[in-house]
Structure formats: structure tokens, C-alpha cells
Design a binder for this molecule. Structure first.
Ligand SMILES: *Cc1c(COP(=O)(O)O)cnc(C)c1O
Length: 397
């Protein structure tokens, strides 16, 4: 199997159906699931040539597999990135993207509004290995500037953030990073590669949990790191090759099929999210609705500037305590209670008692997470049913 060049030849939807596909000798229509750990060589000379990188071909699925490669090629096309490598989970991707380029003595600046496990890596894990870290208010560009040190190597953030959808100005942070020769790593899960292209805005590395919109149907875990060819080949590849966070070919195959429907799913989900956000804003007992596409969004100008669509997540505050909020969630019939997101099924989370319960009340307050805050990941159901489900459940408070 040969590796096509990831430069996009056709429009996005076409590339998501055909891009990166290579066929086996059988000429299958649907991409082959090559479920194998290793590969055999016709001759000992071939094995030698492959290990010396003098001949293309696969050796062992920890560092390369045809089904995984097809997924990586298609992801590179989706992101418009020169190169991609897939990993077993989103967290494996975040961990590898950071640790493959950091060493003791380096310093990392990160936005504090961040997925819990990412925050654990930055706050707890990095310092254990002699890498200092500083958390800042990602919305405030002066805070980023003030946190930089001569040894700052990476600026890391999510935008929009979980769960209150705070934005970081990617271009502004990237230009700060360039001044000191640091790199920008963006966790782009909430925006999706359809909604925002961090590399076009100056980021060096983009990371995804493919578990979310890329699978999009709640089936399997996966992660992806995208960046320039040199970074992927020289820094990331040796790290993952020798530490082993590889994506299973089976999961790669599921994710590859997920990409075929990715553009229509995410576009529809974002359209429904915008509709639902507006409908919720007009409902009783709602004190705040957060959606980057709304005119009352605190960073609406930045959202318009850096996001193509405004995402599939909506957050809102119910004018109720935790118990009232739970009565609302328990009364939902279509929307399911789950901490996952990006699924075809609409999912609701109470961040204060689940994803963010480990934070102190002060840290939660800093992020705008209260007892009445709810995060809703909008799925593929008919949006009118979702509007009615939320309206009915609010009467249960
Ligand atoms: C889910 C998620 C992750 C982690 O991904 P897994 O696939 O669950 O390991 C990282 N960052 C963000 C923003 C996420 O939503």
C-alpha cells in the first residue's frame, strides 16, 4: 500500500469519503481492516531494508499499520495539516504531544480552563519531571504575556474550553510564542477540525480526542496529533514508537468510517446547537446561556474571527440549586446523562459534581461553574424534540 500525499485535491466532504484510502489486492470498496500485529517479509533483505528505512512498508503495528495510516492520512486532510499520528486515546495524544518535546528545565504555560486530565498533566505530572508550569486565565492575553519566561517551551490550551466555552485568541497567543521561539499546542476537541483550524491561526501542534466528534457515535476511544512533518517524524514518532500508545487497527477502522459522515454530522449538530441555545435562552428559570454563536456571548467578536462554525456544545445556568438541577437532568427523556460529548445522542453533564468535582469551589467559580451549570452536547436528534425535552424537564425543577 502506498501513502498518498495529504495535500487536499478535492473539497472536504469528498476527501472525508475517499481521502487516504488505499486498497489491498482484493479491491474492496470499504477500507480494509488490517487486524494484524506484525508483517511478513518475502526475504531477509526486505526486512533489513525496511528497518533501515531504505524501503517503504510496514513492520509492526506499534509504529505503523495500513488501517491506522489511512485514518491518519484522512485526518491530515481534514485538518489541512502536513502530517498526523493516531493514538489510543485523546489523553495519550495530549501526553505524547507534550512529553515528546519537553525536557527537565523547560517551562509550560497553559490556560486554566481545561479538560481535567489535561490539567492533571500540566499541574501535577510535568513538575514531577522537572518541568515547571504556570496556569493563566486563557482569555487574557496580558496574563499569557506576563507568564512567559526565557525557558518557556510550550503554550497549551483548549478553545472553546470545557465546560463554559471560554475562548483563547489563537493568533494572539501564537504571535507571543513566536517572539520567544516557543510552540503552541491546541486541544481542538470542542471546536472540531470543521469549526476551527488552529494551524492556520499560527499554532504548531493540534491535538484531538477522536473519541468525540470524529467517531461521533460513541463507540471507541482514539486520539490524534497533527503538525508539521518534521515535528511528527523527528519528535513525535520516536516517542510513540518506543513508548507504545498505539491506536488499535480496529478502532482506527471505526474512526475512519466515522470521518465519512463527519462533515454532515458536525454541521447538523452545530446548527441544532445554535437553535437549541436560542430556544433555551427564552425558557423560564434559565439565568445564562453560553454558546459562541450567540450575540450575547462574551467573546462573540473573537468567535466570529476564529471559528467557522460555533460548535456542538451549549452550556447554561439553571436558576436552581444542585438538587433542582438534578431534578431537571433526571426529567430529560431524550437527552441522556453522560460525561461524553460529540455523540449522535444528545448528552448532558453536571460539571460541578462530575468532570470538575475535584476542583476547589474557588477554582470552579473562577471557571464560571456553579451548582446550576449544565453542559449539553447536542446530537443528531430532531432539534424540535430536543427543545421540547429541555422545556418539559425544566418544569420538573
Ligand atoms: C475527551 C477529551 C480529552 C481526552 O480524550 P480521551 O479520548 O477521553 O482520552 C481531552 N481533551 C478534551 C477537550 C476532551 O474533551
Amino acid at each position: 500500500m502506498s501513502s498518498p500525499n495529504p495535500a487536499r485535491k478535492y473539497r472536504l466532504a469528498t476527501e472525508m469519503v475517499h481521502g487516504g484510502a488505499t486498497r489491498s489486492a482484493w479491491g474492496e470498496t470499504s477500507e480494509a481492516l488490517i487486524l494484524t500485529s506484525g508483517f511478513v517479509y518475502d526475504r531477509a533483505e526486505t526486512a533489513e531494508a525496511r528497518f533501515k528505512n531504505e524501503e517503504p512498508g510496514f513492520q509492526y503495528s506499534r509504529f505503523g499499520n495500513p488501517t491506522v495510516s489511512m485514518f491518519e492520512e484522512r485526518m491530515a486532510l481534514l485538518e489541512g495539516a502536513p502530517a498526523a499520528r493516531a493514538m489510543a486515546t485523546g489523553m495519550a495524544a495530549v501526553f505524547a504531544a507534550l512529553f515528546c518535546q519537553l525536557r527537565a528545565g523547560d517551562h509550560v504555560v497553559a490556560a486554566r480552563a481545561m479538560f481535567g486530565s489535561c490539567r492533571f498533566i500540566v499541574e501535577d505530572l510535568l513538575p514531577r519531571y522537572g518541568i515547571q508550569s504556570t496556569l493563566v486565565d486563557g482569555k487574557n492575553i496580558d496574563a499569557w504575556r506576563a507568564a512567559l519566561k526565557p525557558n518557556t517551551k510550550i503554550l497549551f490550551f483548549e478553545t472553546p474550553s470545557n465546560p463554559t466555552l471560554e475562548l483563547v485568541d489563537v493568533a494572539a497567543v501564537a504571535s507571543l510564542a513566536r517572539e520567544i521561539d516557543a510552540r503552541v499546542v491546541v486541544d481542538n476537541v470542542f471546536a472540531t477540525p470543521f469549526g476551527q483550524r488552529p494551524m492556520e491561526l499560527g499554532a504548531d501542534v493540534v491535538v484531538y480526542s477522536a473519541t468525540k466528534h470524529i467517531d461521533g457515535q460513541g463507540r471507541c476511544l482514539g486520539g490524534v496529533v497533527l503538525g508539521r512533518e518534521k515535528f511528527i517524524i523527528d519528535e513525535l514518532l520516536p516517542f510513540i514508537r518506543n513508548t507504545g500508545p498505539s491506536l488499535s487497527p480496529f478502532n482506527a477502522w471505526v474512526l475512519l468510517k466515522g470521518l465519512e459522515t463527519f462533515p454532515i454530522r458536525v454541521e447538523q449538530q452545530a446548527r441544532s446547537a445554535a437553535r437549541l441555545a436560542d430556544a433555551i435562552a427564552g425558557m423560564p428559570r434559565i439565568s445564562r446561556v453560553i454558546y459562541p454563536g450567540r450575540a450575547d456571548f462574551a467573546q462573540a467578536e473573537l468567535a466570529a474571527r476564529q471559528m467557522r462554525n460555533k460548535g456542538t456544545l451549549v452550556a447554561f445556568d439553571i436558576d436552581a440549586d444542585k438538587a433542582g438541577c438534578f431534578r431537571f437532568m433526571n426529567a430529560l427523556r431524550i437527552v441522556k446523562i453522560s460525561n461524553n460529548l460529540g455523540d449522535a445522542k444528545s448528552l448532558v453533564t453536571h460539571p460541578a459534581t462530575t468532570t470538575h468535582f475535584r476542583l476547589t469551589p474557588e477554582a470552579r467559580a473562577e471557571l464560571g461553574i456553579g451548582g446550576g451549570t449544565v453542559r449539553l452536547s447536542v446530537g443528531l436528534e430532531d432539534v424540535d424534540d430536543l427543545v421540547e425535552d429541555v422545556a418539559n424537564a425544566l418544569t420538573a425543577i
